[in-house]
Every structure is written in structure tokens, then in C-alpha cells.
Design a protein around this ligand. Structure first.
Ligand SMILES: *Cc1c(COP(=O)(O)O)cnc(C)c1O
Length: 409
């Protein structure tokens, strides 16, 4: 897992003069990881999952790198439009869209219906506006991510039900034009992902042969993970590229009009983001050294949460807690300066004892005013944190540009 390079450390040290806690994202890192992805899937369009990090300067970098948008709310559709993305490259897929969300986004994005009821609500909105629209269907496949039978899910329309709906389509203002599947995030096995892609494309063929479906896209969702433990290795994108190309080629031959989409949220920004917090106080209680820092739990929830989940969940199995919990050692802690090692417990300044991000770790001895850096803070970090708790100051966010400038909002 990546620490800060010297450029980032210098920028963080400068920001610490005026800020007590903040997020710092690295444009160079985001671009290089974004390019690694687009290079690996030349036959697919990749949609950036805005919910991972919707910070405007970060989202703009992803747009500049050629990504479309995977929007999870009407507000994220508006963000994608404001970035200059076109309707064809914005897909709005989320369970429980309200009638007003549908009305507002119908002409701005490709809506991906999450249930039969939702198809009816989209039909209603299209009829009201007197327009005909192409929509996608989020499918809950009959198979599971790792093969076998699928589990019940709150997402999507069961494959069998979708086939029935498509063979008896009775929504005159809607054309079913594509499918969307997303079964798992944070997968690190290339083989597992390749098998999943294969199964989704086979299913797309089944759905593509139904009466109403005019298959113009297949969105295979995400799954591509990042190291979230010191033992994890980066995915071998070259392996994934080879497996994907071998599947996409024959699929394009059979469905030449169907465009392939992939989604990715965490991959580019996740490891390219850092949370920096200042030591506000230092004390010793019954022989234990505590550093009280500015805004850890309220500013960046997941490190404190990881510690709690690890304490209370004996199974230690994070899959169903994504993206809230990705493992007990997901957020590496470092400092901006050297010093003699000492054992410390790092807490935040909230009035709750749960606000501990690391217990009895060894760090260079720090004093008040020194900075502590938490890595892996570029995705599902700011957005998942309870900024309103205790009415403390909300951490600001900054992008360190390749030019050396800092961009905030
Ligand atoms: C959140 C989400 C993603 C992004 O997942 P990552 O693991 O961050 O790449 C992709 N697709 C859907 C449907 C999602 O809900």
C-alpha cells in the first residue's frame, strides 16, 4: 500500500500550517491508475462510479481520462452532466429511485431499472413527457459471483423474471436496450473476475435473444479491487486484459451493436488519496501514551470503524460490509517527520471512546502540531464520514495538481 511521496509530503506540511485535518488527493497518481485501466480494456468504455469520490477536481480528472459516469443518485447524474458528459456515457443505476429522481434524469442519463415496479414508474414518467426512451435493466443473475446459484439480493431483477418481462414487454414508451450487473466489489483475483465476466456475457446472450431486447449495451459492473491489507498485491491488469479481450471479441462478433461497459470507483482514486490530521494534544494515562488528533472518526470514519468491526466480528469476513469495512489493516498510518520510535494510541477529538484509529502502534515520537497521515483515503473516505458529529469542523479536500498547485473548492 502506497505512502506519500516527497511532493505530497511537502504539500501536506504546507497545508498543515492552515488546516487541522484534510484530504489530499494526488492528480498524478489518479491519472496513472486511470490510464492503466483504460489501456487494459480498449474494447470497453469505463464508467467512473462517482460515489467513490465525487470531489469535483477528482471527478474532472476522471472525465478527462475518458471515463463516463456510474451515477447512484439524481445529484450524481447532475454532477456528470456538469462535467460535460453525454447521456450515452452516464448510467443511473440505484435501487429505490423516486418518481422525482426519474423525472429529473430521464433525458440526462441512461436509466437502469432496478425492479419491475421501477420499470413501470419509468414508463409513467416517459408517458407523461410524451417521449420514448431506451433503458437498461439491472439484472440479478441466477449465478453467484464465484459460480453456483445466486443468493437473494436487494439489487436488480432476477434473471428469470427479466426473461419473462422481456418476452412480454408491455411498456410502450420504453425500449429495453441493455443490461447492467454488479455483484461484488474489492475482488483481487483475476481468475475470479474473468469467470464472472464470462458468466455475465453468457447471460447477456440469453437476454439478448428475448423478444423485446435490442441489446445495445452490456455493463459488467465493477469488482476490480485495490490492496487493502499489507499482504495484498495489486491486480495483474495484463492478465485481466487478456481474459477480457478473449471474451469481448467473440461477443462483439455475435452482437456487433452491443457496447461493453465496465465500472470502477475505487481503483484510480483510492490509493491516490490521503487523510492528514494534526496532533492536538499528547497525554499519558496509566502509562499509555495517547495522541489526540483533529477529526479522525468524524473526518475519516473507516479507520475507527475497522477497529470496531475487528473487535466485534469474530468472522473477520468483510465482503458484506463493503465499502464500510474492507479489512482490519486497510489504512496505513505514517508521519510527516522522523523521530525516535514510541508506542502510541491515536484517537480523535470526539467525545466518544470509540474514536480510536490505532492502538499501541509504533510511530516516530510526535509533538503537538505534527501531522499524521492515513493512506488509502481516496475512495469511500470523505463521503462515508459523519462530518456533522459533534459539530466539529468539516475537513477540507484538496487535489495536488501535476503542476504543483493545490485545487480546493
Ligand atoms: C459502488 C459501485 C461500483 C464501484 O465499485 P468499486 O468497487 O469502487 O469499483 C460499481 N458499480 C456499482 C453498481 C456500484 O454500486
Amino acid at each position: 500500500m502506497e505512502g506519500m511521496n516527497e511532493r505530497l509530503k511537502a504539500a501536506a506540511a504546507k497545508l498543515l500550517l492552515t488546516e487541522d485535518c484534510f484530504y489530499l488527493y494526488d492528480e498524478a497518481g489518479i491519472r496513472s491508475r486511470a490510464r492503466a485501466l483504460t489501456r487494459s480494456f480498449p474494447s470497453a468504455k469505463i464508467l467512473y462510479s462517482l460515489k467513490a469520490n465525487p470531489f469535483l477536481p477528482v471527478a474532472r480528472v476522471m472525465k478527462e481520462e475518458g471515463f463516463g459516469a456510474d451515477a447512484a443518485s439524481a445529484a450524481e447524474v447532475r454532477l456528470a452532466v456538469s462535467l460535460g458528459m453525454m447521456k450515452e456515457e452516464i448510467q443511473y443505476s440505484a435501487p429505490g429511485k423516486r418518481a422525482k429522481d426519474i423525472r429529473e434524469t430521464l433525458e440526462l442519463a441512461t436509466l437502469v431499472a432496478d425492479s419491475a415496479g421501477e420499470i413501470a414508474r419509468i414508463e409513467e414518467a416517459a408517458k407523461e413527457k410524451g417521449i420514448h426512451v431506451s433503458i437498461g435493466l439491472r439484472i440479478h443473475p441466477s449465478f453467484g459471483f464465484a459460480g453456483g446459484r445466486g443468493e437473494p439480493s436487494k439489487f436488480g431483477i432476477d434473471e428469470e423474471e427479466a426473461i419473462t418481462l422481456l418476452n412480454d414487454w408491455h411498456f410502450p414508451h420504453l425500449s429495453p436496450a441493455g443490461i447492467h450487473v454488479h455483484l461484488k466489489s474489492q475482488e483481487l483475483s483475476e481468475e475470479a473476475l474473468a469467470l464472472y465476466y464470462e458468466n455475465v456475457l453468457l447471460m447477456a446472450e440469453r437476454l439478448g435473444r428475448t423478444e423485446a431486447m435490442e441489446l445495445s449495451f452490456v455493463n459488467l459492473g465493477s469488482g476490480i479491487g485495490i490492496p487493502m491489507d499489507p499482504e495484498d498485491e495489486e491486480m495483474d491488469l495484463a492478465l485481466l486484459e487478456k481474459a477480457f479481450a478473449a471474451l469481448a471479441g467473440p461477443f462483439h462478433d455475435r452482437f456487433p451493436k452491443a457496447r461493453l461497459f465496465l465500472e470502477s470507483g475505487r481503483y484510480a482514486p483510492g490509493p491516490s488519496g490521503f487523510y492528514v490530521t494534526k496532533a492536538l494534544d499528547r497525554k499519558v494515562s496509566e502509562g499509555k501514551v495517547f495522541l489526540i488528533t483533529a477529526g479522525t472518526m468524524h473526518g475519516f470514519l473507516r479507520p475507527a470503524l475497522a477497529r470496531l468491526v475487528e473487535k466485534y466480528d469474530e468472522t473477520g469476513h468483510p465482503a458484506l460490509c463493503e465499502p464500510l469495512f474492507s479489512g482490519a489493516r486497510a489504512f496505513p498510518i505514517s508521519t510527516l517527520r522522523e523521530g525516535n520510535p514510541e508506542t502510541v494510541t491515536i484517537t480523535g477529538n470526539l467525545c466518544t471512546a470509540a474514536d480510536i484509529i490505532a492502538e499501541d502502534i509504533t510511530l516516530p515520537r510526535l509533538a503537538e502540531g505534527d501531522g499524521i497521515v492515513i493512506g488509502n483515503a481516496g475512495a469511500y473516505a470523505a463521503t462515508l464520514s459523519p462530518f456533522a458529529f459533534s459539530s466539529l469542523e468539516r475537513p477540507k479536500e484538496f487535489l495536488l495538481k501535476e503542476t504543483g498547485d493545490l485545487e480546493g473548492v
